[in-house]
Design a binder for this molecule. Structure first.
Ligand SMILES: NC(=O)c1ccc[n+]([C@@H]2O[C@H](COP(=O)([O-])OP(=O)(O)OC[C@H]3O[C@@H](n4cnc5c(N)ncnc54)[C@H](OP(=O)(O)O)[C@@H]3O)[C@@H](O)[C@H]2O)c1
Length: 274
């Protein structure tokens, strides 16, 4: 049995689907009992911030697909070990490599990886760069009109389809990836303006791109998240501390098929944009 956390999210839902499609027994950790799950997946209700409540979810589980950054990662991992779990596949991120404890994002990735390393369980770390699904942030603008105003317009990112992260995760959960750190990207680095061009082409819409200035970007971020996260993203994308542009061959090497393009991701999610 595999336990998938974040099972209603962009990556976790794809991990559940990938495991269920492969006929693997899969349990989805959800906070709401009425959460929608793919056929073949059973639900377990629990909260990652309350490891004491995860006993039932962890019973009989061999491997856990685990999100980073929850309040008591060592406690959660101790629960897993005590329940007989053998393997953790951790969804981390590229900023874990910076090990910058003064940066709120790098900090939670770094500390989560550290907790897993120290847990005594077998582990695999997935360090994806920006997700293609981040483009869903533009949905309100796309519903309201034909102009997309984007933050950090100068940043080229080798963004990745969450389904590709999930494909690697599903294979790692089955074993054979112990002690590996998988750097995960899509096939090419693209800027937000190029993403909007792809959206226009696939959706058949005449879209206009507007890159936000640094001041406008900062104002938008400040309205959406705590200050320490604003500073974290500023450091990554304005100071340039995080390399989002390098393309890694890992998805192809692990899955045996090429990483999906942004156009393929948009085609697969076109209904969400209509
Ligand atoms: N976006 C990026 O570019 C990027 C890049 C690298 C790494 N990452 C990492 O990837 C993670 C997952 O991204 P995503 O896009 O798949 O996330 P998402 O779509 O926002 O989904 C988050 C998932 O976590 C669940 N969750 C939240 N708090 C929880 C809690 N206390 N206990 C149990 N489950 C909880 C949510 O469940 P509910 O349905 O109950 O809310 C949901 O299933 C991010 O959090 C980040 O750490 C993201």
């Amino acid at each position: 049995m595999y336990l998938v956390t974040g099972a209603t999210g962009n990556v976790g839902s794809e991990v559940v689907s990938a495991l269920a499609a492969a006929g693997a027994p899969v349990r989805a950790l959800v906070r709401r009992p009425d959460a929608e799950l793919p056929d073949g997946a059973e639900a377990a209700v629990g909260d990652l911030n309350s490891p004491d409540g995860l006993t039932d979810a962890l019973t009989g589980v061999e491997g856990v697909f685990l999100l980073s950054g929850y309040e008591n990662m060592p406690g959660m991992l101790a629960q897993a070990r005590d329940a007989g779990v053998r393997r953790i596949v951790l969804l981390s991120g590229g900023s874990a490599a910076l090990a910058d404890l003064d940066n709120a994002v790098s900090r939670y990735m770094t500390l989560s990886e550290r907790a897993v390393r120290e847990s005594g369980l077998d582990w695999t770390f997935l360090r994806p760069r920006a997700f293609m699904s981040n483009a869903l942030r533009w949905l309100p603008q796309l519903r309201a009109g034909d102009t997309v105003r984007a933050q950090f317009p100068h940043v080229a990112a080798a963004c990745i389809d969450p389904a590709d992260i999930a494909a690697v995760a599903a294979l790692a959960l089955a074993g054979g990836h112990e002690g590996l750190v998988h750097e995960l990207t899509g096939p090419v680095a693209i800027r937000p303006a190029e993403q909007v061009e792809v959206l226009a082409s696939v959706l058949g819409r005449d879209l206009r791109f507007v890159g936000l200035s640094d001041d406008e970007t900062r104002a938008e971020l400040a309205a959406a998240m705590p200050r320490e996260y604003v500073e974290a993203f500023w450091s990554f994308y304005v100071d340039g501390t995080l390399d989002e542009a390098t393309v890694y061959p890992t998805v192809g090497e692990v899955t045996g098929r090429p990483a999906r393009s942004f156009a393929q991701w948009v085609e697969a999610h076109a209904d969400a944009f209509r």
